[in-house]
Design a protein around this ligand. Structure first.
Ligand SMILES: [Zn+2]
Length: 184
């Protein structure tokens, strides 16, 4: 019997397991770098999507359930701000000529939700945000202006993955840079 036929299913299984572990680790907020943040930006037809993954520390200064009234307020304010990214000064703004308006904003930070269990002292936690903008004139999309450095002083670097019909690109923004060239 050809041995490769025996080995292959095991390799496929190993790959599947390693992928599962990777996403589980991300979901638990492990292995992130404070000061750095990830953005995935894509243009598809009339839709501009932005997915953000950030260590909670970058946005709030702590990565656990709030313990005091002041911390509860800070967490609520931070979540409200991120749920309205188009509020002035905007966290994300595409070219005005493209006439984009926010059509979806979903922000998730499980550790801040009521009833979240107390995290271990050295445990990390992420915040995920998914935004969708609907653009009346997508042909006018050139750049995305990112206001995160101004809004959150703890962010030092933003790793951006840009995707569009013409391809993909990786860009790293470092203070005070704020412009990402869009692919369309
Ligand atoms: Zn952390």
């Amino acid at each position: 019997m050809d041995r490769t036929h025996c080995i292959r299913p095991a390799m496929v299984l190993a790959l599947a397991i390693s992928c599962t572990c990777g996403s589980a680790a991300r979901a638990a907020g492990k292995a992130h770098e404070h000061g750095a943040l990830r953005l995935d930006v894509a243009v598809d037809g009339h839709t501009l999507t932005i997915a953000m993954q950030a260590p909670l520390d970058n946005l709030l200064g702590f990565e656990r359930a709030p313990r005091t009234e002041a911390e509860r307020k800070a967490a609520a304010d931070m979540l409200a701000r991120l749920r309205s990214p188009d509020r002035a000064p905007p966290l994300f703004a595409a070219d005005a000529a493209a006439q984009c308006s926010l059509s979806r904003a979903e922000v998730s930070a499980p550790v801040l939700e009521p009833g979240a269990g107390a995290a271990a002292k050295d445990e990390h936690a992420d915040l995920d945000a998914d935004y969708e903008f609907s653009c009346a004139r997508p042909g006018e999309l050139r750049n995305l202006d990112v206001g995160l450095f101004e809004a959150y002083r703890r962010i030092q670097r933003i790793d951006v993955q840009v995707a569009g019909p013409t391809g993909q690109a990786k860009v790293t923004l470092k203070r005070p840079a704020r412009s990402v060239r869009l692919l369309r």
